[in-house]
Design a binder for this molecule. Structure first.
Ligand SMILES: Nc1ncnc2c1ncn2[C@@H]1O[C@H](COP(=O)(O)OP(=O)(O)OP(=O)(O)O)[C@@H](O)[C@H]1O
Ligand SMILES: [Mg+2]
Length: 480
């Protein structure tokens, strides 16, 4: 698959033409047999690139002022500029970060845990049935990983999969301009594409090139589509999808983004809907997450108690991002103590660190959740359940909470009141779904942290963050 490395929002035509600002970032799975197809050399995997963590700081960057040996022994970057030297980053810590990496999507199908069913469905719908697709789910659920691995499978099936990612404000033209030079076209087609790139184009002009001039089945994967805020752009994309289908174009679109349902990403008319395969990125089953965690810890040369593994896999509640994050924080605890086995106590401590880190980055969400838990000690179980339900089916409602509550706690007349109370208390942290009937956490990473907070002893509320404190001080000022 070819990844387009660019920002869809910055055409910069004035700086030497559209081609100049487009940089194709070719990424192919190593060892994939492409037959007669164009083979783009694989970029080295990030984990293979050595981090210069224990190497000397480069000259001129954070040089030591002169006390102590200049050249001997490891010296962390810019350490010399600090009064109290920080601990050098150990190789083992480095390997923990690499093994549990939360930042890099999976690009190798062997590293993609628990997604075989989704991959098969995508191949069937897109490659075989020639539908467009929408891949949606919560933040960190593994949308990009699924889309990238699917793209490589599609390549192997003889298609050309191109991957790009929307960034910030963008319009219809910007979304597609970057793909045009990469599409397999005849010489005449390339000329037409060039003409398109040199001026504004609309849906019919683009569709005509995609229908008449593309010579090979092509799949355009547009990631982070939720960041496209322009309603016009979204409507144009829907219109393009319909045209491509009606005119039997060899080009299909795959939109990927954070949403609770397909309507959250695209307003698809019923006649278009039939031609779009919706692919929800669901929670990964806990045993699969446990396998993922085990393989990460093995790669970091650590072992793990079974109970510790259980605690981590359960706390992640189906999210591969949380599993990796929690696993990494838990793994750093024994590392700091010079041990190589992750125990339940390490997991407790690691989860607390993960919660603190999240609290620092998401002060407002934290304040809302903390307040809900603190003000309703009588209803903590329903508030916590809201997090669990949201992690499993993304959107929550009073009915969904009552149903889950009846299943877990047994039927009771109190459940309706408890569910309504929990929703009302959590309301500041929730946003309505596209249909407006259901609610989801505005920060879709929050449910796992809500549960961690609910499990904390005492009143369950984390100490107010600095931001929360400052917000409290500013209370009453207009505009807040
Ligand atoms: N099936 C999987 N198996 C193993 N790790 C996974 C899987 N899916 C995702 N991950 C890991 O989880 C993290 C988040 O994955 P990814 O970036 O694909 O999620 P996303 O849904 O695209 O996130 P975002 O909403 O931020 O775009 C990454 O570290 C990735 O390596
Ligand atoms: Mg993503």
């Amino acid at each position: 698959m070819t990844a387009i490395d660019h920002d869809f929002t910055q055409p910069q035509r004035s700086q030497g033409g559209a081609l100049d600002w487009l940089k194709a970032l070719p990424r192919k799975l190593a060892g994939v047999d492409k037959g007669g197809q164009r083979v783009i050399p694989a970029s080295p995997p990030i984990s293979a690139a050595p981090l210069l963590l224990e190497e000397l700081a480069p000259p001129g960057f954070g040089r030591s002022s002169g006390n102590g040996p200049e050249a001997d022994g490891p010296r962390p970057l810019s350490m010399g500029a600090m009064a109290q030297p920080i601990k050098p980053i150990s190789l083992r810590r480095d390997s923990i970060y690499a093994a549990f990496n939360t930042a890099m999507p999976v690009t190798d199908r062997h590293g993609l845990t628990g997604r075989n069913a989704e991959l098969e469905k995508l191949v069937e719908a897109i490659v075989v049935q020639r539908k467009h697709a929408v891949i949606f789910g919560t933040r960190g659920s593994g949308k990009t990983s699924l889309a990238r691995v699917f793209g490589d499978l599609a390549d192997e099936a003889g298609c050309v999969a191109l991957y790009g990612s929307a960034n910030g404000e963008t319009d219809f033209e910007a979304l597609f301009r970057s793909f045009l030079p990469e599409l397999p076209m005849s010489a005449a087609g390339k000329e037409k594409a060039k003409a398109l790139l040199s001026g504004p184009f609309d849906v019919p002009r683009l569709a005509s090139v995609l229908v008449e001039d593309v010579r090979q089945r092509s799949i355009l994967i547009i990631d982070e589509y939720d960041r496209v805020h322009s309603e016009t752009a979204r409507q144009d994309v829907a219109a393009l999808m319909k045209l491509l289908t009606d005119l039997h174009s060899p080009v299909q679109l795959v939109l990927v983004g954070i949403a609770g349902d397909i309507d959250g990403l695209i307003a698809a008319h019923p006649s278009l809907r039939r031609h779009i395969a919706p692919q929800r990125v669901s929670p990964i089953p806990t045993p699969d997450l446990a396998r993922l965690l085990l393989s990460c810890s093995e790669r970091a040369n650590l072992t793990m108690d079974l109970e510790a593994l259980d605690m981590l896999a359960n706390a992640a509640m189906g999210s591969p991002y949380h599993a990796r994050l929690f696993g990494m924080q838990a793994a750093l605890i024994p590392e700091a103590a010079g041990r190589t086995r992750i125990t339940p106590a390490d997991v407790e401590a690691g989860l607390a660190v993960a919660l603190e880190d999240w609290a620092e980055m998401s002060a407002v969400a934290l304040a809302h959740l903390a307040r809900a838990l603190r003000d309703a000690p009588h209803n903590r179980r329903m508030i916590a359940l809201a997090g669990v339900v949201a992690s499993q089916i993304y959107a929550i409602s009073q009915e969904r909470l009552v149903e889950a509550g009846a299943e877990l706690f047994g039927p009771s007349d109190r459940l309706h009141g408890e569910a309504a109370d929990a929703l009302a208390r959590l309301a500041p942290a929730l946003v309505p779904t596209s249909a407006g009937e259901l609610w989801m956490f505005e920060d879709t990473l929050a449910p796992q942290f809500l549960l961690l907070m609910a499990k904390r002893p005492g009143n369950g509320a984390a100490a107010p963050s600095r931001t929360e404190e400052m917000r409290a001080m500013l209370k009453g000022v207009d505009g807040l």
